[in-house]
Design a protein around this ligand. Sequence first.
Ligand code: UDP
Ligand code: MG
Length: 317
Amino acid sequence: MDLSVVIPVYNEEESLPELTEWIAKACTGAGLSYEIIIIDDGSSDRSWQVTSGLSLRNKNIRGISFRRNYGKAAALHTGFSLAQGNVVITMDSDLQDSPDEIPELVRMIKEEGYDLVSGWKKKRYDPFIKRFTSRFYNFTARVFSGIKLHDFNCGLKAYRSEVVKSIEVYGEMHRYIPILAKEAGFRKIGEKVVEHRPRKYGTTKYGLDRFVKGYLDLLTIAFITRFGKSPMHLFGSLGTLMFIAGFLMAGFLGVRKLWYVSNNLRAPLVTDSPWFYISLTVMIIGTLLFLTGFLGELINRNSPVRNDYLIRERINA
Ligand code: UDP
Ligand code: MG
């Protein structure tokens, strides 16, 4: 199969018929064999009923519905594990992304050899606050990751199938998939300017907390990609440094005391010096950092069950 289109859906009943029809038209028009994988992320509207209705008419539609809302990353992860196409495209279900971009994205993966092609919503139909913060995130993500993308979190992306089978998108990490891909060793990452459209039906599924969460996730990724496999490298070295600094200060106080005593001078109490308290604090913090490193290493040994999602129902999956 040429192509899998993975679509996370959370309360988008109005958009689905139009979206799936348009994708089908774009794919058949380009002569691509395809499947549409709909992941209903615990919708409380009729999204799932609509999906199963559509799947009766178009046998290329498959789907999974979660028992509750797990978030876009969970939906994508599950969609990725089901995908059978050589190329996998993700697309939002709110008709903000245009299925007409599909053939060109597929061509870039197949013929130009890209591992991942991210859409770039150069002209965006989103509120000002979102466009503004988005610039800031994209700038930081660029500097940190060294990937030259303008729009890390574009919902419309195309992947070589191998890429989505190798990365683990959990939590809210869907915002930084290109970084995960690069970390997994897929270095040919490109972008394509795509058409962005105003949301046609329904409302956005994210509130203002997206901005805080997005930034925290970036920090997590920064940490995980550098030290995730060996937290001891960060915490151990910081802890050791601090401990040594504290130890030197305490040592200095001790030596000074001995010097006074051996010269028969009246020695000040060690506890009179502020350095005594500073050295104590620094040594304690150093030890704590060291222990944190150890705990991190211990946790790493137990592969966590981050990706256990309860599935309610399936269609052709
Ligand atoms: N979505 C999802 N689970 C969620 C939130 C969103 O599957 O918990 C889907 C949603 O249905 C849409 C896509 O993720 O297809 C992007 O969401 P939205 O359009 O609300 O985000 P925005 O365009 O405002 O960034
Ligand atoms: Mg949207």
